[in-house]
Design a protein around this ligand. Structure first.
Ligand code: DQQ
Length: 535
């Protein structure tokens, strides 16, 4: 279907057609990165949930494989829902996933590769005695889902976490097992936060406080903290907090109770959900996948025949400069798609000005930009807070930044910008979709969050632009926003890039490098090649 074909992305992962949602069970095995994903084989709307499967050598170029898990048992006939992989020290792969049963009970099931020596992990076996876990007492049957990767408990044991809700509090339940077939629920909750509702897709992992490398799930102790992340079913966004894990007490305590899970930081302030990390043993890094849902109408999705995108995988590290947040950054491998970098040095943009950056077509870009500011007024207090009504909302020190997916006449544009203040309100990083599309029935939100800026730092951003998705990273990835936009004019060769400064009291000087980004190779694994690579 050629309808809306310009909205398909060129280097983000998407299936060839139909509906996709959460990333599932990412893992590295015998030279390949594996991604599984919630998929509807029959339609561009959610349903018949099956595990799609794709492999990659570099997390950027992907080859689709046959489905890994299909809903065909009483315990998953309602859908093979979200789950996670664990790789045991002997290399054995354990896959745990939620099954929606014939009568809508959420249970946890075990699956494993039929042939563990197959690098492509083509065939999966469901454990004959599934389900391995059913909702414990006090938990509603439809509020018990999305098991995490396991980490080690006392010698010989493993632990997993499952999210739920009790009296409107989000809760994290921890189960212990020796064989992944039988489990005991540990006393109490690892953590709970009142009023945050159902916690979907919980994730729990250690980060090194020196900010140097990613850690495997079972690492911990001195020099580490633990991230607890949840996807808020009520709000449809991903939240996290940093804290300390006490395995003996089965408790996790947030560093800052005022920024606890669900009332503090977001993983991404844009259209982003159901994210999941895994540990990459080859490069010793933790990698994050996240689902970018559509914000157009269901009938548009049906007409175009597809829905949803995955983000470019991001490395996750503890931010040892601020000590208060993680930093996310597109995996290094995305740089292999960069073509002819164009450098713009110290471009001056005065209050109220827009400057075009001549980069040719601006639909597939990787942009780094750093801003210096010169104050025109001294001692004036700008206590503007937040992203306001968008990029048209002027104050003394902001907004300023880039206009992406814009056409020459600016009938469509998406500003990605900083909004600093010189009070304790701090600096915000925002993306404004309100003029992103001339199409009527699409969400046009103003998204954003606070970004920590340390003394002496210039403001900087990195943007990945891909037709209808923009991933924006501020200050090295302290604050991230994913925009899902539906241009009708600013498409292909008609898309342009501009700098803008809508502050009233500063002049900005921007230094940028802008790369065109090649399309990634994302295709079915050639059937005649599967045999050669599989064993
Ligand atoms: N999607 C899955 C659930 C999960 C939800 C079903 C989050 O397992 O809770 O497709 O998007």
């Amino acid at each position: 279907n050629a309808m809306f074909s310009w909205q398909r992305t060129a280097y983000h992962f998407q299936p060839q057609k139909n509906w996709m949602n959460d990333p599932d069970g990412p893992l590295f095995h015998k030279g390949w990165y594996h991604l599984f994903y919630q998929y509807n084989p029959d339609s561009a709307v959610w349903g018949n949930i099956t595990w799609g499967h794709a492999v990659s050598k570099d997390l950027i170029h992907w080859l689709y494989l046959p489905f890994a898990l299909v809903p065909d048992q009483w315990y998953d006939i309602g859908g093979v829902w979200t789950g996670s992989a664990t790789i045991l020290p002997d290399g054995k792969i354990i896959m745990l996933y939620t099954g929606d049963t014939y009568n809508s009970v959420q249970v946890q099931n075990l699956a494993y590769p039929a042939n563990p020596s197959d690098p492509l992990l083509l065939d999966w076996v469901k454990y004959p005695n599934n389900p391995v876990l059913t909702p414990p007492s006090g938990i509603y049957p439809d509020e018990f889902r999305d098991p995490t990767t396991a980490w080690t408990g006392p010698p010989g044991t493993w632990r997993i976490m499952i999210g739920s809700t009790v009296n409107k509090a989000g809760v994290a339940l921890v189960f212990q097992t020796t064989d992944f077939e039988n489990y005991t629920l540990l006393d109490g909750y690892l953590h709970s936060v009142p009023g945050t509702g159902m916690w979907e897709c919980v994730d729990f992992y250690p980060v090194a406080t020196n900010g140097s490398v990613g850690l495997d799930n079972s690492e911990g102790g001195p020099g580490t903290k633990h991230v607890l992340k949840a996807s808020l079913d009520d709000k449809k966004y991903d939240v996290y907090a940093l804290g300390t894990y006490d395995p003996v007490a089965n408790k996790w305590t947030p560093d800052n109770p005022e920024e606890d899970v669900g009332i503090g930081l977001r993983v991404d302030y844009g259209k982003y959900y159901a994210s999941k990390t895994f540990f990459d043993p080859v490069q010793r890094r933790r990698i994050l996948f996240g689902w970018i849902n559509e914000t157009d109408t269901q009938s548009d999705d049906l007409e175009k025949g597809w829905a949803s995108v995955q983000t470019i995988p991001r490395t996750v590290l503890f931010d040892n400069k601020t000590g208060t947040n993680i930093v996310q950054w597109p995996v290094e491998e995305v740089k292999s798609l960069r073509l002819n970098g164009m450098v713009f040095e110290e471009v001056v943009v005065g209050p109220g000005e827009i400057v075009q950056l001549d980069v040719g077509s601006a639909t597939q870009l990787d942009i780094t930009a750093e801003f210096e500011t010169e104050y025109l007024e001294s001692n004036s207090t700008d206590d503007f807070s937040g992203c306001g009504a968008g990029a048209i909302d002027r104050s003394t020190y902001g907004p300023f930044g880039l206009l992406v997916i814009a056409d020459q006449s600016l009938s469509e544009l998406t500003p990605v910008y900083f909004r600093p203040s010189n009070t304790t309100n701090g600096t915000y990083f925002c993306a404004d979709e309100s003029r992103s599309s001339l199409a009527p029935d699409v969400t046009k939100a103003v998204y954003g969050g606070k970004v920590p800026v340390l003394d002496g730092e210039n403001l900087s951003m990195r943007l990945l632009v891909d037709h209808s998705v923009v991933e924006s990273f501020a200050q090295g990835g302290r604050t991230v926003i994913t925009s899902r936009i539906y241009p009708t004019e600013a498409i292909y060769a008609a898309a342009r890039l501009f700098l803008f400064n809508n502050a009233t009291g500063i002049t900005i000087k921007a230094t940028l490098t802008v790369w065109q980004v090649n399309s990634a190779f994302i295709h079915p694994f050639p059937l005649d090649q599967i045999e050669k690579y599989s064993s």
